[in-house]
Design a protein around this ligand. Sequence first.
Ligand code: PLP
Length: 365
Amino acid sequence: RAQERVFNFAAGPATLPETVLRRAQSELHVWRGSGMSVMEMSHRGKEFKSIIEKAESDLRTLLQIPSEYSVLFLQGGATTQFAAVPLNLCSPADAVDYIITGSWSDKAFKEAQKFSKPTIIWSGKPEKYTKVPSFEALQQNPDAKYLHICANETIHGVEYKNYPTPKNPNAVLVADMSSNFCSKPVDVSKFGVIYAGAQKNVGPSGVTIVIIRNDLIGHAQESTPIMLDYKIHAENNSLYNTPPCYGIYMCGLVFEDLLEQGGLGEVEKKNVKKAEVLYNTIDGSNGFYKCPVEKSVRSLMNVPFTLEKPELEGEFIKEAAKENMVQLKGHRSVGGMRASIYNAMPLAGVQKLVAFMKDFQARHA
Ligand code: PLP
């Protein structure tokens, strides 16, 4: 019982594939004949070099990343990228556009105010962050250097199903993909920069992945700290300073696992199925459960829902935990419940959750 795994519905750090954890366990104290753990290796040695190169190459295969893009394995979380993006892509006087679909794009916008002149060109706040704008109606700034979006709002459960194009032909689309990274195929060539913290879909916290078109590298503002300058990291293959070696190794194991599953097309099919099972249960509950997000932009990864009787929330969480389903409490800013069903959440976990939800409803309706 003490060794039993639960179904972990946390938004991040989040559940990892059990196969990956077991593989890591088997290699924990000695990595493949190297005589030491990955945690003990020099980041400049040939063993670690092979680990980071394999991780990058597998990620390139998964996302079919074009050769004119660099892949960086960084630290500081996606939050650091909120500053790194404006610092690298524009001057302090430059206009940049932000679409606000939830708390995370709002945080990115606020940080950008320190390093550029950002404009909110659309905000879903009046509708409590339940929508994505219609792209035709967007009033983009013709001089904006980039258009920033959060591809999946982890807290509000709003996910873009396709992407806007910057109006200025010289501008690029920048996306925070922290919470739907590698959950489905993405046409990387539509973006100038994609960034993501690893701790939802692809590894432990501590690794931040940046995918950036090469011509955007090398234009950082003069005051940019060296650790935020994409050029430094690109020129040094993410080894300018000591990288989060063990985390990168873990991401590499996850990438291998995703490839073994048949790649992101197959992964997406599984994610669509899981999300359908859960949303259908919510929508079929006669209002006992409700998801406020507009159907066309509901997230495949983070499913927020409320109970018709909010006084039952505590009971719901407690009973679910007794059945080994944990971390279902919604974010404190929105309340209710949230089930995060990232790549590593098996269909069985979602099926168990919906069986519990139906039973809970039958007992409390
Ligand atoms: N962006 C999104 C969409 C997130 O979900 C999160 C974290 O949950 C962040 C940014 C912040 O990431 P980090 O904690 O890695 O800085």
